[in-house]
Design a protein around this ligand. Structure first.
Ligand SMILES: *Cc1c(COP(=O)(O)O)cnc(C)c1O
Length: 356
């Protein structure tokens, strides 16, 4: 028998969420962001679900080549560009668009043998201060790139530090607008939060990531009210049930002690599967279709759950760690993190199934 833990990926939910992004930012070109193996959902599922996207965007060159091998023929954009000169050769071989955020990348492009023209996205630093050029360098490199035989087109790109806040994009957008004034090229700005909250930032191209996977980019608006459908369900079963007396403890460190007699279920899922070890007692979980919570410490392969509210639960009962019944964002909040991290941390040992 195999371990009952399985990640169920819904291609129709992924498809629905991309359609929603496209509806919200109607008329814009849409890059579906699929870095980190489509935020843990798998590139095969992404290709199946995102056929309507204008392109896919990621940061890993080996996975970009994999997308080509899987049959993706539309554009692919490398969001951090080349890490070394060999990446430019790879981009030329597989027709990958490159972000340019540093002078070294411009030299690598200048030195490459241009067997075809590449679409370049020139990155402006609008206040995040991770990648990108300030206004003067941005305009200088724009002119330089536009004159290079290897450059097919140069789009104008930035990434917001605070798009999840109400007034989060205004300063960045003003800085961007000033820097790109009069320059030719498509404007590419909006991540999920900007797509959903800041129509002014839709530009010509959008780059949705987290919303495609059915998680909210906002701390105070949940995925359901945004119209998003969860694309990943992490499902398992109870593999044991224990009766605790008052004063009995469960799990490592005896971190949870029963105050009265209670039933506790043991779930086949632990931190080695990607469930957050920091999830405290009280983290929501669904057992036999009813919401309850975890008790005690998360261990490598197991979690304990309170069965007080689920008297019918027994060994073999269904458990959902996150998905339709318990949103990944609720679990993330309880564990002091964000849905992004939980999705991306899904461990390779977890069996993956596609569902409609
Ligand atoms: C990851 C990423 C995105 C997508 O961001 P979400 O918050 O997941 O929508 C967009 N643009 C760039 C440059 C990224 O790195």
């Amino acid at each position: 028998m195999s371990r009952p833990l399985v990640a169920r990926i819904s291609v129709s939910a992924l498809h629905h969420n991309l359609a929603l992004a496209r509806r919200v930012a109607a008329g814009r070109r849409a890059w579906a962001v699929v870095k980190a193996r489509a935020y843990g959902h798998g590139l095969e599922h992404a290709i199946a679900a995102f056929a309507d996207a204008d392109g896919l965007a990621l940061v890993e060159f080996d996975l970009a080549v994999r997308l080509r091998e899987l049959g993706w023929r539309k554009p692919i954009m490398m969001l951090e560009g080349a890490f070394e000169p060999a990446d430019v050769a790879c981009a030329l071989e597989h027709d990958l668009s490159l972000t340019v955020h540093d002078a070294s990348q411009v030299s690598w492009l200048a030195e490459a043998q241009p067997r075809r023209r590449l679409a370049i996205a020139l990155k402006f630093n609008s206040g995040m201060n991770r990648l990108g050029f300030g206004a003067a360098a941005f305009r200088a490199f724009h002119a330089q790139l536009a004159a290079m035989p290897i450059c097919g087109s140069v789009s104008l790109m930035t990434h917001f530090a605070n798009a999840d806040l109400d007034d989060g994009v205004a300063p960045a957008l003003d800085a961007f607008d000033t820097a790109v004034q009069g320059l030719a090229g498509a404007r590419s700005l909006a991540n999920s939060a900007a797509i959903l909250a800041h129509p002014r930032a839709h530009g010509d191209e959008i780059r949705p990531g987290i919303m495609l996977y059915g998680s909210s980019p906002f701390a105070h608006r949940n995925a359901r009210e945004l119209g998003l459908r969860p694309a990943m369900a992490l499902d398992s079963r109870l593999i044991a049930v224990q009766m605790l007396d008052a004063g009995d403890a469960v799990g490592y460190g005896s971190a949870y002690v029963a105050r009265a007699p209670m039933r506790v279920g043991i779930v086949a899922c632990g931190y080695a599967d990607g469930y957050p070890r920091h999830a405290p007692t009280g983290t929501p979980v669904s057992v036999a279709g009813r919401r309850t919570c975890t008790v005690g410490r998360v261990s490598m392969d197991m979690i304990a759950v309170d069965l007080t509210a689920v008297p019918e639960a027994q060994v073999g009962s269904d458990v959902q760690l996150w998905g339709e019944e318990v949103s990944i964002d609720e679990v993330a909040t309880a564990a002091g993190t964000i849905g992004y991290e939980l999705m991306c941390a899904l461990a390779p040992r977890v069996r993956v199934e596609s569902v409609r």
